[in-house]
Design a protein. Structure first.
Length: 329
């Protein structure tokens, strides 16, 4: 009788299935599970954590730098706004200055025209116009000659010494000639320095010999000068005026280096108690030498300022301003 083996075959297949599944699970576990040296794995994990930490720190640094840069950017924007506002203000100031410059240029043109109209000739005309009796009308060539004392305040600057000194000596002779005799003479430069230190604060006695000595000494006399007659005029008034003395100051120069004409005029008026030619203590005359009037070119500002100053001082203090047109004696 033959045995039936079918049931046995089915059991064998189920067993194989179980074995295959178990083997597959083992293989999967081996694939998933860590394989290698545990120490190396731990070291790799520490390095990886260290790298992550370093990257995090770097990220924090970058974020901090970003904040600083944002703040600096905001500050620069504020500075830019302030600079733009300042530029706008400067543009407005520039426009105002340009407008003032135009006004000054127009005023300068007017002053130049007035100066040219005021220039007169002195030397030969004064000698020609001298009458037999110079005190008959108390005027010679438009210059009052009623004074008993005369003071010369001379600009001894380099420009005068180099360009006009011979003409200065000639004008000194001309002025002395219209005063045949006076009670006293004094010569100082525009800084108030005396020609003769022996006569400091005193009158030089008048005589033909002393007049010749003054002209001779003038040829080589060159003390320091600041091209401003203010100090010399003030010193002359304060030192030599006395009640009852008739004094004339003759200012000889070519330019004025001071800043304010109005301030000088006011100071001299206060010192000389001048009121448009009346109640003056002394007369103030002036002769302008055209050192800074080059032919065919614009006169120097300092020369125009000198002419304007001396015209005003002469008018206020009972004197005469004469502007020469040539430096030839």
């Amino acid at each position: 009788m033959k045995r039936k083996r079918r049931a046995h075959t089915e059991v064998s297949l189920s067993f194989l299935d179980v074995i295959s599944c178990g083997f597959g699970a083992i293989v999967l576990l081996l694939i998933i599970a860590r394989v290698g040296d545990p120490a190396a794995l731990e070291e790799a994990e520490r390095q990886l954590q260290g790298a992550v930490k370093e990257m995090q720190e770097r990220l924090f640094d970058i974020r901090g730098e970003s904040v600083v840069l944002n703040e600096e950017f905001s500050s620069r924007k504020e500075q830019l706004s302030e600079i733009e506002a300042r530029v706008a203000r400067l543009k407005a100031q520039l426009a105002s200055v340009e407008a003032q410059s135009d006004d000054i240029a127009n005023t300068r043109v007017q002053e130049t025209q007035q100066l040219r109209l005021a220039l007169q000739v002195l030397t030969e005309e004064m000698e020609r116009l001298q009458p037999a009796d110079p005190f008959q009308n108390q005027l010679i060539g438009g210059v009052p000659v009623d004074s008993e004392y005369i003071i010369f305040v001379i600009d001894t600057s380099g420009s005068m010494q180099m360009a006009a000194w011979q003409r200065v000596q000639q004008e000194m002779i001309n002025i002395l000639n219209i005063y045949p005799e006076v009670k006293g003479i004094q010569v100082m430069n525009d800084m108030g320095q005396y020609m003769f230190s022996a006569y400091r604060g005193q009158w030089i006695p008048d005589s033909p010999e002393m007049r010749g000595r003054i002209i001779k000494t003038l040829s080589s006399w060159a003390p320091f000068s600041n091209s401003s007659p203010v100090e010399g005029i003030n010193a002359a008034i304060q030192t030599f005026y006395r009640p009852g003395r008739k004094i004339s100051i003759y200012t000889l120069g070519d330019d004025f280096s001071g800043r304010s004409i109005r301030r000088v005029v006011k100071a001299v008026d206060n010192l000389n108690q001048a009121h448009r030619g009346t109640d003056r203590l002394v007369r103030i005359h002036a002769i302008g030498f055209p050192v800074h009037f080059p032919p065919g070119r614009t006169p120097a500002d300092s020369a125009i300022r000198f002419a304007a100053l001396m015209r005003e001082l002469s008018y206020n203090n009972g004197g005469t301003f004469i502007g020469l047109t040539s430096l030839q004696p």
